[in-house]
Design a protein around this ligand. Structure first.
Ligand code: ZN
Length: 314
């Protein structure tokens, strides 16, 4: 299997889709909406990846579907897998086991036909406790990246960071472990700046300077709206762009789907069609996108649409 750097050199790399929302829809992940308001970052641990231990077959099946759709990368389901987030969900003591099992399961399904990426996201400490908690966040992110490294991931996808300051911490931890990293910020409520006030251009520049092999955006916006962010980033950096849009619509007043009233229990009412993903993939090369996948709301049908779009381009 070629390395991620090699694949990026050769063409547009097709990633996979969104695991947690899909597994929530299938009944294997807790959204938390039964007990609290979801999407604030202050919750008790909703959308955590304990399915890796509790229902590994459900996770295996979803990996298989993405692989069959054409994914060249399978993300280990380690999103929201820091000890900090798992503690609040009641799974802190299983932090090592959850991260280890997620990588093992992804590797087993990939079986040499896809790379395995460790997914690392924000801790949510910064949202709850402010910037003073950044040192604590660093400890948790460093621990998770060490676990992913020893479990044998090929590279990291640092994703769904709201604060550039926390993304910088993650990139430093990735570099300290010698792991290549794709880095994508999430912008909410508007695409003009991230939560700690940096434009997409600034985010792209900082992430590239810290060694990210591809920089971009994931989650919150559908392909069409995300394109504005990506074009801004394109103007600032030389490295390939990475894009993992959601399959959910947002509005001109609020650009993030997790701030829509439909999140998380009525998402079907704001679902974007897979055709939009096919069109998005057709424009990937001309837009400078080197890594393309999907985030929340993207099951295998959406990844197949991306694959079709990439193949159709002339
Ligand atoms: Zn997402």
């Amino acid at each position: 299997m070629k390395s991620i750097n090699q694949l990026l050199k050769e063409g547009v790399v097709l990633g996979d889709g969104g695991y947690l929302i899909e597994l929530e829809r299938r009944g294997y992940v807790d959204s938390g909406s039964g007990r609290e308001r979801v999407g604030t970052g202050k919750g008790s641990g909703q959308f955590t990846p304990e399915v890796t231990l509790e229902n590994p077959d459900a996770l295996r099946e979803l990996h298989r579907e993405f692989l069959r759709a054409g994914s060249q990368v399978l993300q280990a389901l380690t999103f929201f897998g820091t000890r900090e987030k798992l503690n609040r969900a009641g799974y802190g003591a299983q932090t090592e086991a959850i991260n280890g099992a997620a990588v093992r399961i992804a590797r087993e399904v990939a079986n040499g036909k896809a790379l395995v990426a460790g997914s690392v996201s924000r801790t949510q400490l910064v949202e709850r406790e402010g910037m003073e908690s950044l040192a604590k966040a660093r400890g948790h992110i460093a621990e998770q990246i060490r676990l992913l490294k020893s479990a044998g991931v090929d590279f990291l996808i640092l994703e769904t960071f709201f604060h550039l300051a926390e993304m910088k911490v993650a990139l430093e931890c990735a570099a300290a472990n010698g792991l290549p990293a794709v880095a994508t910020m999430s912008f909410r409520p508007l695409i003009t700046q991230c939560t700690d006030g940096h434009t997409p251009e600034e985010c792209a520049r900082v992430m590239a300077d810290l060694g990210a092999i591809a920089v971009g955006a994931n989650c919150e916006q559908d392909p069409q709206r995300m394109l504005t962010v990506l074009r801004n980033m394109r103007s600032a950096v030389q490295v390939p762009l990475a894009a993992q849009p959601t399959a959910f619509r947002s509005t001109d007043q609020c650009h993030s789907f997790t701030r829509q009233p439909a999140f998380p229990d009525d998402l079907e009412t704001i679902q974007v069609s897979r055709r939009d993903f096919e069109e998005f993939a057709k424009s990937a090369r001309t837009e400078g996108i080197g890594y393309i996948g999907g985030c929340c709301g993207c099951n295998a049908a959406y990844i197949r649409a991306l694959a079709d779009g990439l193949a159709e381009r002339t």
